[in-house]
Design a protein around this ligand. Structure first.
Ligand code: ADP
Ligand code: MG
Length: 725
């Protein structure tokens, strides 16, 4: 195998970019060329339709049928001019991908001839034959009815000659079957609650947007090697493989130059991204070998989420052209860092103020402090929901493994800001002088922050100067999953804040003082969640337990959090999910967990039985022949000379036996839990009893890998997969 592997590598050709002509152009020359943005809207639809569409985008107003027809007509004309032949609603069902169902504009007529058509009703609503998307029992297959509906707030775009229309996906009975529907609802909830709080400070504010800047980490693997690893192909991660002698110890990848072949791939997908209006800004190597990151300029959250999922699709496709494969799995390789997707989250008003950036005037700074402290409060009250929102089978391999925040919430504010907060608290009763002093102090916050270069990379929710960074999100997660929770929590918290402040004002306390009093109260209440130390350390886990911060033990436990009474009440109150939807998602998650572990278990059992054990035995037989030969030829010295071989023969026998036994036990465990009807029992059983066998079997296989002749070893090794040439 070894020779064959290297031969495959040698054959790889370097690829020309998809569109070589773009390489000579400025990015701004073609940025957004494939997007039906406002500029194209103005060109292709009437003023009346344009204004109505802008209202829908900015204010969430409904679009009537007549206008929808005009917009559809305009979109069709534009798309066909750009060579599109089909249209599709594009949505994010509850699995790891996006979904499309393409229909042609083309329509043949009775009696011959044909024309191209796209009506408003098709733009607005489509009925995908989608009985096989995850629905958690919300939709019985015999009435397989779910429909997608246009989301005008995210612009349509052209991908592969298809006009893609960002859409929500819901059951006929109205329940959401996707990520976007609850995300949009949560954005509306934040908007409403935040605008009300802004009114204390700034009467002009009538809209607050959530901003999101994601950072996407990923691995690249050479295609030939990828195709020779059934585990990577089928599960997205390696289920075996001894760590390479050299991986990330020297930190040389992080600081090193991006390999040429990778750079070509990056330029190629970036060009595609720019055409689609995705504002990518940074690209760099990450910590592990073959690990990379890209990040855009932040955008309004709904659009940012669409752009992230779209980019993942593009990266997968473009990689194929470069004979590479992108791995979005959180932990494709044991022993080196996994991949995350940091979500940088903030709030921005229609007047252009970032509510989490300290301002220039004392008034702005009290506003900043209010939003800042309320965010900490939200994390304090609902932190466990934050952590539960990103719990998946694949992300669990990364969380808590000394490289990503553990499944315990904490907030990092930086020591200087932390001192400012503590100071606010120490003042008991405010004299007029003290009030002035506070205001002066608050006025200093911007300077404090400028000096404050504190960074804590071990905190799941860190304040980084003008935003919070949620770092626990996995590289394959849909950003909407954590955003729905963070948004809902902040909406609830701001609503509460407003109520408390208004109560004090009603008692005759001045507005500013009322606000400061409640802020101070929150600073005291939420102190427990603030932690400036090393979030990966064992001490923090002990400390967190002492503080009474809830931690999540396992993936099924994380899912259970989302259907607790308090969670249901929170989501129902803000109109994000009803109880049926939460339960449906809960079931889908449990079901997914079982399926993922089941697939991994099957793949590993197959690899062990058909690849590893036979190889080990073949090598063992070579050794046995060798020992016999020594005995024949050198009877006197034999015992001494063959001692090591005999030890190895024994070792192989022991490993092979253990691998076989553990495989049988694993299959038995699967059978036991497959027979259980209750999905929670099944998921718990898979997680607690089936999954541990994966590690046990892997351990012995990895030992064999160190013993068996490299020429015989049937799979590419870590050291080969981790270098791109
Ligand atoms: P780092 O690796 O130091 O965290 P990066 O530059 O890689 O920094 O990523 C920072 C991300 O934060 C970018 O996507 C950036 O657009 C985003 N960001 C900056 N300001 C905001 C904001 N106000 N709201 C949301 N995201 C923001
Ligand atoms: Mg970051």
């Amino acid at each position: 195998m070894a020779t064959l592997r290297f031969k495959a590598l040698g054959e790889i050709s370097r690829r020309e970019p998809i569109e070589p002509e773009l390489s000579d152009k400025k990015i701004s020359d073609y940025f957004g060329a494939d997007v039906f943005d406002r500029e194209k809207m103005r060109q292709y639809i009437s003023k009346e339709a344009y204004e109505s569409l802008c209202d829908a985008i900015d204010e969430g107003r409904r679009i009537d049928r007549k206008i929808a027809n005009q917009v559809a007509q305009g979109m069709k004309t534009w798309a066909m001019e750009k060579g599109a032949t089909h249209y599709s609603h594009w949505f994010q069902p509850l699995n790891d991908s996006t979904a499309e169902k393409h229909d042609a504009f083309f329509e043949p007529m009775w009696g011959g001839g044909s024309f191209e058509t796209f009506k408003g009703e098709l733009l607005v609503q489509q009925e995908p034959d989608a009985s096989s998307f995850p629905n958690g029992g919300l939709r019985n297959t015999f009435e397989a009815r779910g429909y997608s509906a246009w989301d005008p707030s995210s612009p349509a775009f052209i991908l592969d000659k298809t006009l893609c229309i960002p859409s929500i996906f819901i059951a006929y009975t109205g329940e959401a079957l996707d990520f976007k529907t609850p995300l949009l609802k949560s954005l509306t909830a934040v908007d409403k609650a935040a605008v009300e709080v802004c009114q204390y400070f700034e009467k002009d504010v009538d809209k607050v947007n959530v901003t999101l800047g994601w950072e996407q980490e990923y691995f690249l693997v050479d295609e030939a090697l990828f195709l020779a690893r059934p585990d990577l192909m089928q599960t997205g991660r390696t289920l075996m493989g001894h760590i390479a002698a050299k991986d990330q110890q020297l930190d040389d990848h992080y600081f090193g130059a991006i390999p040429d072949r990778v750079l070509e791939f990056m330029k190629d997908f970036e060009q595609q991204a720019y055409r689609l209006g995705i504002p990518l800004k940074t690209r760099h190597n990450e910590v592990a070998p073959n690990q990379f990151e890209c990040a855009p300029m932040f955008e309004e959250a709904n659009i940012a989420v669409d752009h992230n999922t779209l980019l993942m699709t593009i990266m997968r496709r473009v990689a194929l052209r470069h004979k590479l494969r992108v791995l979005f799995h959180e932990k494709p390789f044991l022993g080196v860092n996994g991949s995350g997707k940091h979500c940088n989250w903030s709030l921005c008003t229609n007047t252009g103020v970032n509510l989490l950036a300290p301002g220039k005037t004392p008034k702005n700074n009290i506003q900043f402090l209010a939003f800042f402290v309320n965010t900490i409060m939200a994390a304090h009250k609902f932190g466990v929901l934050f952590m539960a929102s990103i719990a998946t089978q694949s992300n669990s391999h990364r969380l808590g493994a000394h490289e990503a925040p553990p499944a315990v919430m904490s907030v990092f504010t930086g020591s200087t800001l932390s001192a400012v907060l503590d100071q606010r608290v120490s003042e008991k009763k405010m004299t007029p002088d003290e009030k002035t002093e506070i205001k002066l102090d608050i006025g200093k916050i911007p300077n404090i922050l400028l000096d404050n270069t504190d960074r804590n990379r071990t905190s799941p929710f860190a304040f980084t100067g003008n935003r919070f960074e949620f770092r626990a999100t996995g590289s394959s997660n849909n950003c909407a999953a954590p955003l729905i929770v963070i948004n809902t929590a902040i909406a609830e918290q701001l609503t509460q804040f407003k109520e408390e402040v208004d109560k004090l004002i009603a008692k005759g306390i001045k507005k500013d003082e009322a606000i400061l009093q409640i802020i101070r109260k929150y600073i005291i209440e939420s102190k427990n969640i603030r932690f400036e130390g090393n979030g990966y350390s064992a001490e923090w886990l002990r400390e967190a337990a002492k503080r009474g911060i809830e931690s999540i033990g396992s993936v099924p436990d994380a899912f259970k959090v989302s259907v607790r009474k308090d969670a249901i009440a929170l989501f129902e109150k803000h109109g994000i999910f009803n109880e049926a939807e939460l339960h449906a998602r809960y079931e889908i998650n449990m079901e997914n967990l079982v399926k993922k572990i089941q697939i991994e278990s099957r793949v590993l059992a197959d690899l062990a039985a058909n690849h590893i054990v036979p190889t080990a035995i073949r090598y063992q037989n070579i050794l046995i022949q060798n020992v016999k030969g020594l005995k024949d030829i050198l009877p006197d010295e034999y015992a001494d000379m063959a001692a090591e071989e005999i030890r190895t023969i024994r070792k192989i026998a022991r490993y092979v036996k253990a691998i076989r036994e553990n495989t049988y036990h694993m299959v038995d465990a699967r059978k036991k839990y497959n027979a259980m009807d209750d999905i929670v029992a099944r998921a718990t059983g898979y997680s607690e009893e089936v999954q541990p066998y994966l590690d046990k079997i892997r351990h012995d296989i990895d030992k064999l890998e160190l013993i068996v002749d490299d020429e015989l070893w049937p799979l590419p090794k870590y050291r080969e997969m981790m270098s791109i040439n």
